[in-house]
Design a protein around this ligand. Sequence first.
Ligand code: GCU
Length: 624
Amino acid sequence: MTLCTKISGKKLRILHKGLLSLACAVSLPLFAQQPMKTLLVGVDHRAVTSLNGDWHYLVDQPPAKGLYTSDGRVRENGYALNTHPNISSGPHNEEYDFSTAPTLKVPGDWNTQEPTLFRFEGVVWYQRNFDFQPKPNTRTFLHVGAANYKSFVWVNQKHICDHEGGFTPYDCDLTTALKPGNNFVVIAVDSTRQVDGIPSVSIDWFNYGGLTRDVSLVTVPTHFIDDYDVHLKHDATFSPSANVLSGYVHVEGAAVGTPVALHIPEAGVDTTVETDAEGRAAFEVKAKSLSLWSPETPKLYKVQISSGQDAITDDIGFRDIRVDGTRILLNGKAIFLQGANMHAEAPYRGGSVHSDEDVKNIFGFLKDMNANFVRLCHYPHDERMERMADRNGVMIWSEIPLWQRISYDKPEVYAKATFMLNEMIRRDRNKASVILWSVSNETPNNPTRTKFLTNLANEARRLDPTRPITSALIGPKVDQDAVLQNDPLADALDVVGQNQYIGWYEGRPEDADKKTWTLPQKPILMSEFGAEATQGNHGGPNQRWTEEQQLNVFQHQFVMMRKIPQVRGLIPWVLMDFRSPTRNIPKLQEGYNRKGLLSEDGKKKLAFDLFQKTYKEHTVGKAE
Ligand code: GCU
């Protein structure tokens, strides 16, 4: 099945036409089981029926015969049917029974819930019952915040949808499968890393599998608001008093000319526009007054959008972010980003971040560090992160997980990357805290990759012309004092991320003092730098794996950074130690990447205090 046979005219807006013609032209089996789908924006601001809680599960050991046929297709008559063995019947029934099976908590990865599943990478089946009373003239979707990596959904034995991608949400239309009273849902999640997946098979983080984020039922009117973009109009130049809001609202199923109301009481906005033939209502409206969002004043407005029987009220901040030469301007003012990298690893308890508590702990660290910025590496995180960043005034670098071993020569991989980029931007485009979209991390400098990522960066700009596009570059070798960064990918970026590990992977800490960098004349973010240290391990400044050596690396890094005028941000690798199966030095790592400024249980290392002081006194780097 190719994308072409699946896509309807209306769905074209999700994927770039160019991509589609490419796919059709070569009739690629894109997203083998990934039908086009709507993606409901603002689900966390709708009344939903939560399906969080205990789900029965069973493990489908490789080769996962309950899910896949021998030639890799999805079975329709496997565990998805949720039948029950009649213990007294003959031997030919399916030998499983969800109703008496153990349970896992949803949301949550299975690795940290069940010790026998800690290192399991493969297929786990989830099942639960739920009561439902269909209402006339409504549609009901299953909303999955994230399922890592592939997931396949059945409701009442009907195969509804599949999704690929472990860090972006999706919605499946259950309307025709639901019945009054008791229903059941079965979801198979396959966490196996795929060579042509995104990420591919090589990662330096823990591959937490499962229904890792919230799952809910969302019931909406037949014609409903599934997408919207309400932002400060992004003119060629920023004018602080223009106060013009622009964007669009999409009403799924709406006929041309359907009224859509936009009401922002505090901004004195009250306007009605009409949908076009695609169900999309564009608008541009002058607000009576606007307090622009910033770290100092993270103002959010109640934005009420309604059309027909549907209405949604979101909390949205308005701000302008743009690049000017080598400066980053927020609301016309040059800014310096003082941040840290952070994986979606839950402080204290470990596992994949999925709760208010997890997010509160992470933002507690950032606040304690005097940070105004965080790079959510290397994939979209739980939406709670952006919501808290909106409220707390922390700026975000958001990224899709294109990193190692990616097949840049395969159109189906490009299609997957584009789809994932769409999902990331669609979910978070209304979050003022997100100031950068990143298309990748540390990719090999070759023409195929540069073309792939240049196209992707341009696709990101097409989807969202209001934010700068970035990526974290690695290389060049830093074994000479003169360092020239001439990766052509930088030409496609508005802001350039530069990763380097002088003093850890390359050379000694003091070598950094002598480096002179030649970098693109664009804003540069030192997007990764640091060293490993086991918290509580002490020794001399050149004794590797000690807190003192890690501190020494950063002190010399700072000497170097002060000499690079276009550095507009510091993003040390990494805020907190995180699990990674590739980090196996006994006593020192024990399965963790130890470059954190904090241990996984929130204990500070000496370097944390250095950043806390540096960020408070602004002693490294200049906004202009
Ligand atoms: C790389 C990569 C990170 C990795 C880090 C490290 O630059 O971007 O994902 O964890 O270096 O080696 O610790």
